[in-house]
Design a protein around this ligand. Structure first.
Ligand code: G
Ligand code: G
Ligand code: MN
Ligand code: NA
Length: 249
């Protein structure tokens, strides 16, 4: 309860900030996009998003926080000058996605930041399809009409059936790090099946949680288009992202 009240003042107290994790082209090694990840610095404690995002969702704070994230990420991305054509990928909670004002918020954020819509990707976890499927598909279509791309996050861990994917028209499928980091035969099968699904629906694939060269090679050989993980970079502040770019690219 106390934490819930503290979270209510986190935006106005300037306690929220974003870090950015590079997403790399598997073939060229070039920076392709960055994923924005939210952090909450409350007094001396850095509270992880797995803790406060569910709290925000339960206590009616997710819309405000989600709008803050979208706005901050688009403003930062619009000002990046270290590379052209680098997109920002923002996680969107199902609470935001199902909100009737979400598309208006998206339009407002795009126009006030000046970010080109093709440089914004929205990450939606696969489990959203367990909820109000028609509404989810309608919202995704509206997002795409605005020229913004859609990624399905944590793929393989949720509830999508193939028929749901068909009505969905996503641009990217993110292969969950549990499959990337688990070299058992079962995860190989799931990754191969995911590659076939992606090909069939014209989605590009992003392998998450790449920590070793062996994982990078395995996923690239299996057909991953893009790679993300500690091997390339941990999530970085905006300032450190620029430094990382200058040192590595
Ligand atoms: O960055 P980290 O690995 O600690 O993130 C943990 C979880 O929190 C991930 O599932 C990630 O998708 C989620 N998360 C991080 N930032 C955001 C955000 O801005 N919005 C939403 N909805 N989820 C986020
Ligand atoms: O659910 P989502 O994919 O949005 O969550 C991304 C989370 O994964 C972030 O919290 C990020 O910090 C974490 N992450 C990113 N790269 C790696 C990695 O290489 N290894 C591990 N263990 N976690 C990672
Ligand atoms: Mn994500
Ligand atoms: Na994920």
């Amino acid at each position: 309860q106390l934490m819930c009240e503290h979270l209510r003042s986190a935006i106005s107290n300037g306690e929220l900030f974003l870090v950015y994790q590079p997403i790399i082209n598997a073939q060229s090694g070039a920076l392709y996009a960055v994923e924005a990840l939210l952090r909450w610095q409350h007094e001396d404690t850095l509270i992880p998003p797995d803790v406060f995002i569910p709290l925000a969702e339960r206590t009616g704070q997710m819309q405000d926080i989600g709008t803050w994230v979208l706005h901050r990420a688009c403003i930062d991305a619009a000002q990046w000058q270290f590379a052209e054509n680098v997109s920002v990928s923002v996680n969107v909670s199902v609470i935001q996605l199902l909100d009737d004002s979400f598309i208006e918020t998206l339009e407002r954020v795009l126009s006030s930041s000046g970010l080109a819509p093709e440089h914004l990707h929205l990450e939606i976890t696969e489990s959203v399809f367990a909820r109000n499927k028609e509404k989810v598909v309608a919202q995704i279509n509206a997002i795409k009409r605005h020229g913004v791309s859609v990624s399905i996050d944590d793929f393989g861990t949720g509830y999508s059936s193939l028929s749901q994917l068909q009505s969905l028209q996503c641009d990217y499928i993110k292969i969950d790090r549990s499959f990337v980091q688990n070299p058992e035969e079962g995860s190989d099968t799931i990754i191969r099946a995911t590659m076939l699904i992606a090909q069939e629906f014209h989605c590009r694939t992003i392998a998450e949680g790449i920590e070793t060269e062996a994982q990078a090679t395995r996923l690239t050989d299996m057909g991953a288009d893009l790679l993300q993980g500690y091997l390339y970079a941990k999530p970085l502040t905006n300032e450190h992202l620029l430094r990382w770019y200058n040192n590595t690219q």
